[in-house]
Design a protein. Structure first.
Length: 322
Protein backbone atom coordinates (compact mmCIF):
# COMPACT_ATOMS: atom_id res chain seq x y z
CA UNK A 1 0.00 0.00 0.00
CA UNK A 2 2.80 2.43 0.91
CA UNK A 3 4.54 1.61 -2.40
CA UNK A 4 1.36 2.43 -4.32
CA UNK A 5 0.91 5.74 -2.44
CA UNK A 6 4.51 6.74 -3.11
CA UNK A 7 4.07 5.90 -6.79
CA UNK A 8 0.89 7.99 -6.97
CA UNK A 9 2.74 10.97 -5.53
CA UNK A 10 5.54 10.47 -8.06
CA UNK A 11 3.01 10.22 -10.88
CA UNK A 12 1.25 13.39 -9.74
CA UNK A 13 4.56 15.22 -9.48
CA UNK A 14 5.46 14.20 -13.04
CA UNK A 15 2.06 15.31 -14.39
CA UNK A 16 2.52 18.70 -12.71
CA UNK A 17 6.00 19.13 -14.20
CA UNK A 18 4.97 19.27 -17.88
CA UNK A 19 1.81 19.58 -19.95
CA UNK A 20 1.66 16.27 -21.83
CA UNK A 21 3.17 12.89 -20.97
CA UNK A 22 3.21 9.89 -23.35
CA UNK A 23 2.02 6.83 -21.48
CA UNK A 24 5.12 4.81 -22.38
CA UNK A 25 7.41 7.55 -21.03
CA UNK A 26 5.48 7.71 -17.76
CA UNK A 27 5.78 3.94 -17.39
CA UNK A 28 9.52 4.18 -18.04
CA UNK A 29 10.02 6.98 -15.50
CA UNK A 30 7.98 5.14 -12.84
CA UNK A 31 9.53 1.76 -13.74
CA UNK A 32 6.12 0.09 -14.08
CA UNK A 33 4.02 -1.28 -16.91
CA UNK A 34 1.66 0.91 -19.01
CA UNK A 35 -1.23 -1.03 -17.47
CA UNK A 36 -0.10 0.02 -13.97
CA UNK A 37 0.08 3.65 -15.15
CA UNK A 38 -3.55 3.40 -16.34
CA UNK A 39 -4.65 2.04 -12.97
CA UNK A 40 -2.76 4.78 -11.11
CA UNK A 41 -4.33 7.44 -13.33
CA UNK A 42 -7.76 6.06 -12.42
CA UNK A 43 -6.83 6.29 -8.73
CA UNK A 44 -5.86 9.95 -9.17
CA UNK A 45 -9.18 10.64 -10.87
CA UNK A 46 -10.99 9.04 -7.93
CA UNK A 47 -9.12 11.46 -5.64
CA UNK A 48 -10.38 14.42 -7.66
CA UNK A 49 -7.47 15.12 -9.98
CA UNK A 50 -8.70 15.84 -13.54
CA UNK A 51 -6.27 13.66 -15.52
CA UNK A 52 -7.26 13.56 -19.18
CA UNK A 53 -6.15 10.97 -21.71
CA UNK A 54 -4.62 12.51 -24.84
CA UNK A 55 -4.71 11.11 -28.35
CA UNK A 56 -1.64 10.39 -30.40
CA UNK A 57 0.56 7.62 -31.76
CA UNK A 58 1.47 6.47 -28.25
CA UNK A 59 -1.38 7.98 -26.26
CA UNK A 60 -0.73 9.96 -23.13
CA UNK A 61 -2.02 11.93 -20.17
CA UNK A 62 -2.49 15.56 -19.16
CA UNK A 63 -3.36 17.11 -15.80
CA UNK A 64 -6.11 19.66 -16.45
CA UNK A 65 -7.42 22.40 -14.19
CA UNK A 66 -10.55 21.19 -12.41
CA UNK A 67 -13.68 22.82 -11.02
CA UNK A 68 -12.77 21.62 -7.52
CA UNK A 69 -9.37 22.03 -5.92
CA UNK A 70 -7.99 18.58 -5.07
CA UNK A 71 -5.29 17.99 -2.48
CA UNK A 72 -2.10 19.83 -3.47
CA UNK A 73 1.31 18.23 -3.63
CA UNK A 74 4.15 20.30 -2.17
CA UNK A 75 7.69 19.25 -1.38
CA UNK A 76 9.30 20.71 1.77
CA UNK A 77 10.81 23.75 0.05
CA UNK A 78 7.55 24.57 -1.74
CA UNK A 79 5.55 24.34 1.48
CA UNK A 80 7.93 26.71 3.27
CA UNK A 81 7.82 29.12 0.33
CA UNK A 82 4.00 29.12 0.34
CA UNK A 83 3.87 29.78 4.08
CA UNK A 84 6.27 32.73 3.84
CA UNK A 85 4.45 34.14 0.79
CA UNK A 86 1.09 33.99 2.56
CA UNK A 87 2.50 35.85 5.58
CA UNK A 88 3.86 38.66 3.40
CA UNK A 89 1.11 38.78 0.76
CA UNK A 90 -0.76 41.67 2.35
CA UNK A 91 2.15 44.13 2.10
CA UNK A 92 1.19 45.17 -1.45
CA UNK A 93 -2.37 43.87 -1.96
CA UNK A 94 -5.46 44.75 0.06
CA UNK A 95 -8.64 42.74 0.41
CA UNK A 96 -6.90 39.37 0.83
CA UNK A 97 -5.99 39.55 4.52
CA UNK A 98 -8.64 37.07 5.74
CA UNK A 99 -8.14 34.75 2.77
CA UNK A 100 -4.36 34.69 3.27
CA UNK A 101 -4.74 33.85 6.97
CA UNK A 102 -7.24 31.06 6.24
CA UNK A 103 -5.02 29.67 3.47
CA UNK A 104 -2.02 29.68 5.80
CA UNK A 105 -4.01 27.83 8.46
CA UNK A 106 -5.16 25.26 5.89
CA UNK A 107 -1.65 24.66 4.55
CA UNK A 108 -0.28 24.36 8.07
CA UNK A 109 -2.97 21.89 9.12
CA UNK A 110 -2.11 19.34 6.44
CA UNK A 111 1.66 19.57 6.93
CA UNK A 112 3.56 16.77 8.68
CA UNK A 113 4.67 17.65 12.20
CA UNK A 114 8.34 18.10 11.29
CA UNK A 115 7.46 20.62 8.59
CA UNK A 116 4.86 22.39 10.73
CA UNK A 117 7.55 23.12 13.32
CA UNK A 118 9.72 24.76 10.65
CA UNK A 119 6.81 26.91 9.47
CA UNK A 120 5.91 27.93 13.02
CA UNK A 121 9.50 29.08 13.48
CA UNK A 122 9.10 31.39 10.46
CA UNK A 123 6.83 33.99 12.01
CA UNK A 124 7.45 36.82 9.55
CA UNK A 125 7.01 40.41 10.72
CA UNK A 126 7.00 42.73 7.74
CA UNK A 127 8.71 46.06 8.37
CA UNK A 128 7.75 48.26 5.45
CA UNK A 129 10.67 50.58 4.70
CA UNK A 130 8.54 52.25 2.03
CA UNK A 131 5.47 52.72 4.23
CA UNK A 132 5.53 56.53 4.05
CA UNK A 133 7.14 56.93 0.63
CA UNK A 134 7.14 54.36 -2.16
CA UNK A 135 5.20 51.26 -1.16
CA UNK A 136 1.50 51.37 -1.97
CA UNK A 137 -1.25 48.79 -1.70
CA UNK A 138 -3.71 47.91 -4.43
CA UNK A 139 -7.08 46.23 -4.23
CA UNK A 140 -7.09 42.52 -5.10
CA UNK A 141 -10.20 42.89 -7.30
CA UNK A 142 -8.42 45.62 -9.22
CA UNK A 143 -5.39 43.39 -9.79
CA UNK A 144 -7.60 40.52 -10.93
CA UNK A 145 -9.49 42.71 -13.41
CA UNK A 146 -6.26 44.00 -14.94
CA UNK A 147 -4.67 40.55 -14.91
CA UNK A 148 -7.66 39.05 -16.74
CA UNK A 149 -7.38 41.71 -19.45
CA UNK A 150 -3.67 40.92 -19.81
CA UNK A 151 -4.36 37.20 -20.08
CA UNK A 152 -7.28 37.60 -22.52
CA UNK A 153 -5.38 40.15 -24.65
CA UNK A 154 -8.28 42.58 -24.48
CA UNK A 155 -7.99 46.37 -24.68
CA UNK A 156 -8.31 47.90 -21.22
CA UNK A 157 -10.07 51.21 -20.56
CA UNK A 158 -9.43 53.00 -17.29
CA UNK A 159 -9.44 56.38 -15.57
CA UNK A 160 -5.96 57.39 -14.48
CA UNK A 161 -5.33 59.75 -11.56
CA UNK A 162 -2.03 61.55 -12.00
CA UNK A 163 -0.42 63.56 -9.15
CA UNK A 164 -1.67 66.73 -10.86
CA UNK A 165 -5.19 65.45 -11.52
CA UNK A 166 -6.76 67.83 -8.98
CA UNK A 167 -5.48 70.82 -10.98
CA UNK A 168 -6.24 69.41 -14.43
CA UNK A 169 -9.40 69.37 -16.49
CA UNK A 170 -11.30 66.13 -16.96
CA UNK A 171 -9.39 63.61 -19.03
CA UNK A 172 -11.01 60.86 -21.13
CA UNK A 173 -10.31 57.25 -20.14
CA UNK A 174 -7.01 55.78 -21.30
CA UNK A 175 -7.16 52.97 -23.85
CA UNK A 176 -4.28 50.54 -23.55
CA UNK A 177 -3.26 47.14 -24.85
CA UNK A 178 -2.19 45.59 -21.51
CA UNK A 179 0.87 43.37 -21.69
CA UNK A 180 2.38 42.77 -18.25
CA UNK A 181 1.71 43.38 -14.55
CA UNK A 182 4.97 44.00 -12.72
CA UNK A 183 6.19 45.15 -9.31
CA UNK A 184 9.03 47.62 -8.90
CA UNK A 185 10.23 49.29 -5.71
CA UNK A 186 7.14 48.25 -3.73
CA UNK A 187 4.58 49.34 -6.34
CA UNK A 188 2.46 47.54 -8.93
CA UNK A 189 2.70 48.75 -12.53
CA UNK A 190 0.96 47.89 -15.79
CA UNK A 191 3.11 47.84 -18.92
CA UNK A 192 1.06 48.44 -22.05
CA UNK A 193 0.77 50.04 -25.47
CA UNK A 194 -1.15 53.34 -25.23
CA UNK A 195 -3.47 53.41 -28.24
CA UNK A 196 -3.96 57.20 -28.17
CA UNK A 197 -0.31 58.11 -27.69
CA UNK A 198 0.92 55.26 -29.88
CA UNK A 199 3.77 54.39 -27.55
CA UNK A 200 4.68 52.09 -24.68
CA UNK A 201 3.70 53.36 -21.23
CA UNK A 202 3.89 52.24 -17.60
CA UNK A 203 0.95 52.97 -15.28
CA UNK A 204 0.79 52.77 -11.50
CA UNK A 205 -1.99 50.31 -10.68
CA UNK A 206 -3.02 52.17 -7.51
CA UNK A 207 -3.93 55.16 -9.72
CA UNK A 208 -5.99 53.12 -12.19
CA UNK A 209 -9.76 52.62 -12.13
CA UNK A 210 -10.60 49.96 -14.73
CA UNK A 211 -13.83 50.25 -16.69
CA UNK A 212 -16.08 47.50 -17.97
CA UNK A 213 -16.57 45.98 -20.38
CA UNK A 214 -13.09 45.57 -21.79
CA UNK A 215 -12.38 46.37 -25.42
CA UNK A 216 -11.65 44.14 -28.42
CA UNK A 217 -8.92 41.52 -28.51
CA UNK A 218 -5.52 42.47 -29.88
CA UNK A 219 -2.40 40.82 -31.21
CA UNK A 220 0.44 41.41 -28.73
CA UNK A 221 3.16 43.78 -29.89
CA UNK A 222 6.83 43.12 -29.35
CA UNK A 223 8.35 44.93 -26.39
CA UNK A 224 11.23 47.33 -27.21
CA UNK A 225 13.48 45.19 -25.00
CA UNK A 226 14.48 41.51 -24.73
CA UNK A 227 12.02 40.98 -21.85
CA UNK A 228 9.75 42.92 -19.51
CA UNK A 229 12.34 42.96 -16.69
CA UNK A 230 14.89 44.67 -18.92
CA UNK A 231 12.29 47.11 -20.20
CA UNK A 232 10.96 48.16 -16.79
CA UNK A 233 14.43 48.57 -15.27
CA UNK A 234 15.60 50.73 -18.16
CA UNK A 235 12.46 52.89 -17.89
CA UNK A 236 12.88 53.58 -14.19
CA UNK A 237 16.62 53.99 -14.41
CA UNK A 238 16.01 57.06 -16.56
CA UNK A 239 12.74 58.31 -15.04
CA UNK A 240 13.44 58.04 -11.31
CA UNK A 241 16.85 59.71 -11.06
CA UNK A 242 17.13 62.14 -8.18
CA UNK A 243 17.91 65.79 -8.93
CA UNK A 244 21.63 65.67 -8.05
CA UNK A 245 23.77 63.38 -10.18
CA UNK A 246 27.53 62.94 -10.04
CA UNK A 247 30.41 60.78 -11.14
CA UNK A 248 33.58 59.52 -9.49
CA UNK A 249 36.44 57.09 -10.19
CA UNK A 250 36.83 54.51 -7.43
CA UNK A 251 39.97 52.44 -6.83
CA UNK A 252 37.91 49.30 -6.23
CA UNK A 253 36.64 46.35 -8.21
CA UNK A 254 33.41 46.99 -10.07
CA UNK A 255 32.06 43.65 -8.82
CA UNK A 256 32.53 44.81 -5.22
CA UNK A 257 31.07 48.29 -5.75
CA UNK A 258 27.94 47.12 -7.57
CA UNK A 259 26.80 45.12 -4.51
CA UNK A 260 26.41 48.32 -2.44
CA UNK A 261 25.85 51.07 -4.99
CA UNK A 262 22.04 50.76 -5.13
CA UNK A 263 19.63 49.87 -7.90
CA UNK A 264 19.82 53.25 -9.70
CA UNK A 265 23.62 53.38 -9.76
CA UNK A 266 25.68 52.90 -12.91
CA UNK A 267 28.94 51.02 -12.39
CA UNK A 268 31.43 50.74 -15.25
CA UNK A 269 34.66 48.78 -14.99
CA UNK A 270 37.78 50.73 -16.05
CA UNK A 271 40.50 48.30 -14.94
CA UNK A 272 40.35 45.10 -12.87
CA UNK A 273 40.90 47.24 -9.75
CA UNK A 274 39.05 50.49 -10.60
CA UNK A 275 35.62 51.55 -11.83
CA UNK A 276 33.49 54.54 -12.75
CA UNK A 277 30.49 55.11 -10.47
CA UNK A 278 27.52 57.38 -11.23
CA UNK A 279 25.09 58.05 -8.38
CA UNK A 280 22.05 60.26 -7.74
CA UNK A 281 20.75 61.84 -4.53
CA UNK A 282 18.40 64.51 -3.23
CA UNK A 283 21.25 66.90 -2.30
CA UNK A 284 24.87 67.45 -3.29
CA UNK A 285 26.01 66.91 0.30
CA UNK A 286 24.11 63.65 0.46
CA UNK A 287 25.61 62.61 -2.86
CA UNK A 288 29.15 63.36 -1.64
CA UNK A 289 28.49 61.32 1.50
CA UNK A 290 27.23 58.40 -0.61
CA UNK A 291 30.49 58.24 -2.53
CA UNK A 292 32.39 58.32 0.75
CA UNK A 293 30.81 55.09 2.03
CA UNK A 294 33.16 53.02 -0.14
CA UNK A 295 36.40 52.20 1.69
CA UNK A 296 38.75 53.08 -1.14
CA UNK A 297 40.53 56.01 -2.73
CA UNK A 298 38.38 57.98 -5.15
CA UNK A 299 38.50 60.95 -7.51
CA UNK A 300 35.46 63.13 -8.17
CA UNK A 301 34.90 63.69 -11.89
CA UNK A 302 32.07 66.18 -11.51
CA UNK A 303 30.07 68.25 -11.62
CA UNK A 304 31.58 71.14 -9.68
CA UNK A 305 28.64 71.16 -7.23
CA UNK A 306 29.66 67.67 -6.15
CA UNK A 307 33.29 68.71 -5.61
CA UNK A 308 32.21 71.76 -3.59
CA UNK A 309 29.91 69.63 -1.43
CA UNK A 310 32.73 67.13 -0.82
CA UNK A 311 35.04 69.98 0.31
CA UNK A 312 32.40 71.30 2.72
CA UNK A 313 31.68 67.83 4.04
CA UNK A 314 35.39 67.14 4.60
CA UNK A 315 35.73 70.37 6.61
CA UNK A 316 32.66 69.53 8.65
CA UNK A 317 33.96 66.04 9.43
CA UNK A 318 37.39 67.44 10.37
CA UNK A 319 35.79 69.77 12.92
CA UNK A 320 33.58 66.98 14.25
CA UNK A 321 36.54 64.62 14.68
CA UNK A 322 38.73 67.19 16.48
Amino acid sequence: MSETSARLLSLLSLLQARRDWPGALLAERLEVSPRTVRRDVDRLRDLGYPVRATKGPDGGYRLDAGADLPPLLFDDDQAIAVAVALQTATTTVTGIEEGALRALATVRQVMPARLRQRVDALQVTTVDRYADSRRTKVDSDQLIAIGMAVRAREVLRFDYASPRSADEEWQPPRKVEPHHLVTWGGRWYLVGWDLDRKDWRTFRVDRMTPKTPTGPRFTPRELPAPDVATYISSRFRTQEQWPCRGEAILQAKASDVVQWAGRYAIVEEITPTSCRLILSAWSWTGLAASFGMFECDLEFVGPQELKDAATQLAARYHVAAS
